[in-house]
Design a binder for this molecule. Structure first.
Ligand SMILES: [Ca+2]
Length: 247
């Protein structure tokens, strides 16, 4: 009877492992770079790409507009005329299994003036690369550093905050409490350390392209799945000696 119960628990645990639940967890401690960033004398790091991945400008799920942001900056925008063919790069500093259905959240370049708000990125394509021991990407003093890695392009679906499927990134609303981030789904989980967002247009500005904030999410197994899996292993261990004694 005891053996039957142990086998039943093992079977149930195995089923739980085959169909694991998963939840998306925010990746923290990211680094960022870009094809370029705009440098003004006296505040050369104001448009540094790092402002897009370190929470600068974020209050809970809202991103300040530029007029409300600190003088040190809370967003990235490119160097002048680096729009078509520009790119933004994110480094997780180690491999993560990215979540298939909530891979990224993107808050676009947000400014109270509509002309400046139109700097927001519009048409984008995504690529990823796994950790190959490369250097951490970075940007400082106006110089951007992106290691040579093997990029794999991946199709993505972009959803607005209300769930509407769209083909390009949504323009920010210019408010001081801009919450409506786009959600980017790769549709499949991939192991990646680096993400490349290749940009081919903005929302109309003729000088710059930019972003406010990008958050990335990875997969962790449900705690209940881990417990069940562990229970199954314990039961199998208990069953094994009895089999050995019979031979
Ligand atoms: Ca930001």
């Amino acid at each position: 009877m005891k053996r039957t119960i142990l086998m039943l628990i093992s079977t149930l645990a195995a089923v739980a492992l085959v169909v694991p639940g998963a939840q998306a967890e925010l990746i923290t401690d990211l680094s960022a770079s870009a094809s370029s960033y705009y440098v003004v004398s006296g505040n050369i790091e104001r448009q540094n790409p790092i402002h897009v991945v370190n929470g600068d400008g974020m209050a809970s799920s809202a991103h300040n507009n530029d007029q409300a942001s600190p003088a040190s900056g809370s967003m990235w925008h490119s160097d002048k005329f680096d729009i078509v063919g520009s790119a933004f790069y994110i480094d997780f500093k180690q491999d993560y299994l990215l979540d298939a259905t909530t891979t990224l959240k993107i808050w676009n370049y947000n400014h109270a003036e509509s002309l400046l708000m139109s700097r927001g990125a519009q048409a984008v394509e995504f690529s990823y690369a796994a950790d190959d021991g490369g250097a951490v990407i970075s940007a400082s003093g106006g110089t951007t550093t992106v290691p040579s890695v093997s990029w794999t392009s991946i199709s993505a679906q972009i959803f607005q905050d209300d769930g509407t499927l769209v083909s390009v990134l949504t323009q920010a609303d210019g408010s001081a409490s801009y919450t409506a981030a786009d959600r980017v789904d790769f549709g499949t989980s991939v192991t990646a350390r680096y993400i490349q967002i290749a940009i081919s247009s903005n929302h109309g500005d003729s000088n710059f392209v930019g972003l406010s904030e990008v958050q990335a999410f990875y997969v962790i197994p449900e705690p209940s799945t881990i417990v069940l899996g562990g229970l199954g292993l314990v039961c199998l261990t208990l069953l094994r000696p009895r089999r050995q004694r019979r031979t």
